[in-house]
Design a protein around this ligand. Structure first.
Ligand code: CO
Length: 134
């Protein structure tokens, strides 16, 4: 069902510092910062030849990554995002398999303007999984 790895997301306290690390220390191509008020984060994408890294900084009071950063003082890997061809079919399949789709299960428009859902880490080896329609 899942296809390509779309991105690995890393939560950080300081987005500009993280962007500098990827740009200067690791020599990667790094996007501008984009506030995503609907998702409570500001994002920067690091473009790699075969995938992307999504750097996430909390935005606003109720950011969904605030608690994660409280637990992970140095930042850390927050989720992985896999591509699927048909997100509604994927949600149905996952529910039939007993997996927990977070929230209402209705896809939201994600950071790339495409429908996404998140899956509970408890069902996926302790890792928060994002599915994005390719
Ligand atoms: Co993501």
């Amino acid at each position: 069902m899942i296809g390509n790895l779309n991105h690995v997301a890393i939560a950080v306290h300081d987005l500009e510092a993280a962007a500098k690390t990827y740009r200067n220390t690791l020599g990667a191509t790094v996007s501008e910062a984009v506030p995503q008020p609907d998702h409570g984060v500001t994002t920067i994408f690091v473009e790699l030849p075969n995938t992307k890294i999504e750097l996430l900084e909390p935005l606003g009071e109720d950011s969904p990554i605030a608690k994660f950063l409280e637990r992970n003082k140095a930042g850390g890997i927050h989720h992985v995002c896999y591509e699927v061809q048909d997100i509604q079919a994927a949600v149905e399949h996952l529910r039939n398999e007993g997996a927990t789709v977070l929230g209402t299960g209705e896809p939201k428009i994600g950071a790339h303007g495409k429908p996404v859902v998140f899956l509970s880490p408890k069902d996926f080896c302790g890792t928060l999984v994002e599915l994005e329609e390719a």
